[in-house]
Write a protein that binds this ligand. Structure first.
Ligand SMILES: [Zn+2]
Length: 257
């Protein structure tokens, strides 16, 4: 049994068949699902979905892409605390982090960093792990995270090098792989997965995005987390039972589920 540690079942892509998608996951070797919030509104939807299923949990956070225009930090702090406290199905803060792929201006970067720091501060305060989204700017993210030694979490959808992964592991973080690891040309990520110990690894879909092979290009869903697990088996030359046992353990420990 695997845990899909990162899904977005609240997205409109699932409006017509959400129940079937969840059922299909639980019928196909998925034990638990973490539904990740990426805006205040979506965090509330995420909690709503988690309340409908026994083994679906939620996180509360604001994706760095949403940082522009969010200036009232005191209000955001209050809202995040309020939403996170509204359900005992909330097991993490995030996704939060740094992603400069759609921005260039320095003030926008600063704004993302402030929002990221807010999540890390609150993670410490609320004693929750963080789900971190970083695209490309691993060094910058590392410089921020290292200031919060009491915060644990996961580098979600990890797409960096083995060396970068090891730096976050040294900070007490886990590294989580999506369908990208199943892509033929993702050699750097294959290398990272080979080198990182299974004990520091989790698996996820990030559905509805980035469906793994053999479903690349289609809508992704939690049942497909199996393809990510199978690729990890292949890369690490271990059997599926071991990948299931260890990654599931890691997720249960991190999220206390
Ligand atoms: Zn996500």
């Amino acid at each position: 049994m695997l845990i899909d540690t990162h899904s977005h079942l609240d997205f409109e892509d699932f409006d017509n068949d959400r129940d079937e998608v969840v059922k299909r996951a639980f019928d196909n070797g998925v034990e638990k699902i973490i539904n990740v919030g990426c805006s205040l509104e979506r965090s509330v939807s995420s909690i709503d979905i988690s309340s409908q299923y026994d083994n679906v949990f939620a996180s509360v956070g604001i994706h760095p892409d949403e940082a522009a225009g969010l200036k009232d930090e005191a209000l955001l702090r209050k809202k995040i605390i309020e939403i996170a406290g509204s359900s005992d199905k909330v097991v993490a803060l995030g996704e939060c982090g740094l992603d400069y792929s759609h921005i260039k201006a320095e003030p926008e970067k600063k704004q993302q960093e402030a929002l990221f720091r807010l999540h890390l501060e609150l993670a410490e305060e609320l004693q929750l792990p963080v789900i971190v989204h970083v695209r490309d700017v691993f060094d910058e993210a590392y410089q921020v995270i290292k200031n919060y030694p009491n915060v644990s979490g996961v580098m979600h959808c990890f797409a960096g090098s083995a060396t970068q992964a090891q730096k976050f592991i040294a900070l007490g973080f886990l590294v989580s792989f999506t369908g990208i690891v199943t892509f033929k040309n993702a050699t750097e990520i294959h290398e990272a997965a080979r080198e990182i110990p299974l004990g520091k690894m989790m698996v996820e879909t990030d559905c509805p995005f980035i469906a793994p092979e053999p479903n690349r290009g289609k809508r992704n869903e939690p049942a497909y987390v199996r393809f990510v697990g199978e690729k990890i088996c292949e890369l690490k030359e271990v059997n599926m039972a071991e990948v299931e046992k260890i990654t599931t353990n890691n997720a249960q420990e991190l999220f206390d589920i």
